[in-house]
Design a protein around this ligand. Structure first.
Ligand code: BDR
Ligand code: CA
Length: 311
């Protein structure tokens, strides 16, 4: 199986991504590392443990990473995700303990232990932990197989400022270091995820699944939809983060281009912007597969069929 580490700030859509990964035998989740983002770290690490436990996978270790961006004050998104970060359905307090090791040290140690080029990082929150791991241990950078991340926007511009997507905006310095690291990147920007919109039939199909995970996902997406439909005037809510895991499972669902992407860290209006050279006008070497389109129905069928396998 493909070995992955999920780095996350759950987040209802993060939660669906984690469930999708844990439901998929093609993937071996070596660990889940929490980061500050949608809500503070003290909540994201608890949420991560609740999700792993919900999936019946208490064998998967959960770590806490960085509690703030590299160089800025934390910006959170309770207005999207609710006070807990996982509003919509209440889950029991987790029995699964938090690992004592710092999440960044776990990332470093795992990449040093596993064979080079066999571990993929899947960051679905701000990129703080990944950048911090690369700072602490530059020797691990060339050992990473690839990074498949949710972040950025180009044609769809921003969701937290007019120019920037939330995950990149929260820690643009970290994003800049990761995009400049030389590790092959697969980037799921808003251009893709704003096409990955839930609809009523899908949510009701999830609610009707036997077991607890399907109805829980329905509860989360119900909550998530309230905000997004008001904001975007769309019929459903974008399931951003599961697109990363879906790409690992079925890359053919997505289309994009190998291009150069730079991160704006000093803009007056554009800090956190992913400057994507879609038309290849800069002459700068490509550093990312930047996705733009998704087979929406294929994606939602995949998520439903996989989560149906969970308890
Ligand atoms: C990203 O920001 C978070 O609110 C979501 O979980 C997703 O990772 C979308 O901009
Ligand atoms: Ca997220």
């Amino acid at each position: 199986a493909q070995k992955i580490i999920i780095d996350t700030d759950p987040g209802q859509d993060d939660a669906v991504a984690i469930l999708l990964a844990l439901a998929s035998p093609e993937l071996e989740v070596l660990g889940v590392v929490a980061v500050a983002g949608n809500v503070p770290l003290a909540l994201t690490e608890v949420n991560a443990r609740k999700i792993v436990e919900l999936a019946g996978r208490s064998d998967v270790p959960v770590f806490a990473g960085c509690d703030r961006p590299l160089a800025r004050a934390l910006v959170t998104a309770e207005h999207v995700h609710g006070k807990t970060g996982l509003d919509g359905i209440e889950l029991p307090a987790p029995r699964l303990p938090l690992q004592a090791q710092h999440g960044v040290d776990f990332i470093v140690e795992t990449l040093r232990r596993e064979a080079p080029g066999t571990v993929t990082l899947v960051p679905i929150g701000p990129l703080t932990n990944i950048a911090e791991a690369f700072r602490r241990a530059p020797d691990i950078i060339t050992r990473v197989e690839r990074i498949v991340l949710m972040g950025g926007a180009y044609f769809e511009v921003g969701n937290i400022t007019p120019a920037a997507e939330f995950n990149i905006f929260v820690d643009p310095e970290a994003a800049s270091e990761v995009f400049g690291s030389g590790v092959p990147l697969v980037v799921m920007p808003l251009d893709v995820t704003h096409k990955a919109l839930t609809d009523r039939d899908w949510i009701e199909a999830m609610r009707a699944l036997p077991g607890r995970c399907g109805p829980t996902v329905a509860g989360w997406t119900d909550f998530f939809e309230r905000f997004d439909t008001a904001k975007y005037g769309s019929l459903g809510a974008p399931l951003h983060d599961p697109c990363t895991i879906a790409w690992l499972l079925e890359p053919g669902l997505f289309h994009g281009r190998e291009i150069n992407v730079e991160i704006e860290t000093e803009g007056r209006w554009t800090t956190g912007m992913t400057v994507a050279d879609w038309w290849r006008v800069s002459g700068r070497a490509p550093n990312a597969l930047f996705l733009k389109d998704v087979d929406r129905d294929g994606l939602f069928d995949l998520i439903r069929d996989r989560i149906a396998r969970l308890p």
